[in-house]
Design a protein around this ligand. Structure first.
Ligand code: R2B
Length: 291
């Protein structure tokens, strides 16, 4: 019996560890203090397990106001005590990002583009690790431009792809390019799809293309620079559509890659909208869908 029991305990212990948010940096353990600079939090000045240990869902999005509105919405939906308008920005010591905690939900802004969300994700993953959070699911509630979709359609990202429609994120480390996979969690996508259908919200699962620029990078004709024709733009969007791309934004690949490496379940959800003068254009996030 003894070896079997030991085996069970080891498995349970391994499962317990697996469910924890993992950091992939051996230096972190040797540090006396870890300062999360852009959150204005630190392992020495804040009791992170006490503040964040019960977090199960992290929802991130670009704008500070939108993530505050989302937190207030969640406060209301979860019927938490107190007034939604009174929730406090945990990162008020800095104006880089804002962060609100409502019950088991953390709502954080990340700014625009890969570099901005990447800094936030490094510190968020370390925060969840230091706080000993387990079974955490991350969502990006994004704005995006739809490709070949009716305005208002929600896109749940299947794969985040780069400008060549490849499911990968390239990070330059010490002058060398490291390529990481950007596949997202399939189970979470299907759950989100079910939520949408039960609420009658037009929703598709499709690939999301991540670009490093809002204008030329996304084939817009109204930037300060434009070196291509209207036809060339349409040809590129056609190819993107054929490759399964249903929306375009600027953060998905690094979001997917970092969550994957650190063992976090993740998903992205967008509502796309067509602007007047572009085939694909700016969009907004409909945050009334629970995720
Ligand atoms: C969508 O909208 C922003 C640009 O307007 C950017 O953050 C993105 O991905």
């Amino acid at each position: 019996m003894a070896p079997i029991l030991l085996n069970c305990m080891e498995n349970e212990h391994n499962d317990y560890i697996k469910q924890q948010v993992q950091v992939k940096n051996p230096y972190l353990d040797t540090m006396e203090e870890d300062i999360l600079y852009h959150f204005s939090l630190s392992t020495k000045t804040h009791n992170l397990p006490e503040m964040f240990g019960d977090i199960k869902f992290v929802c991130v999005g670009g704008s500070a106001n939108r993530m505050k509105a989302f937190a207030q919405f969640m406060h209301h939906e979860l019927k938490l005590p107190g007034i939604p308008e009174d929730i406090k920005d945990i990162c008020e010591g800095t104006d880089r990002y804002c962060m609100y905690k409502v019950g088991p939900v953390l709502s954080i802004s990340h700014g625009m583009g890969v570099p901005s969300i990447s800094i936030m994700l490094h510190e968020l993953i370390k925060l969840l690790h230091h706080a000993q959070c387990r079974d955490v699911v991350l969502f990006r509630l994004g704005t995006s431009g739809g490709v070949g979709l009716a305005p208002g359609t929600v896109v749940i990202t299947d794969k985040a792809v780069d400008y060549s429609f490849r499911p990968q994120f390239e990070q330059v480390v010490l002058g060398k390019v490291i390529t990481r996979s950007t596949e997202l969690d399939e189970g979470v996508a299907n759950e989100l799809l079910q939520c949408s259908s039960s609420q009658n919200i037009p929703t598709v699962i499709g690939n999301t293309m991540c670009t490093h620029d809002f204008y030329e990078g996304q084939g817009r004709l109204d930037g300060a620079l434009c070196s291509f024709s209207h036809e060339e733009k349409l040809e590129y969007l056609r190819k993107a559509y054929e490759a399964g791309v249903r929306n375009i934004e600027m953060e998905s690949t690094v979001f997917a890659a970092m969550c994957r490496v650190c063992g976090l379940k993740d998903r992205q959800k967008y509502t796309s909208v067509l602007s007047k003068n572009l085939q694909h254009a700016a969009s907004f996030t409909k945050i009334s869908v629970s995720s």
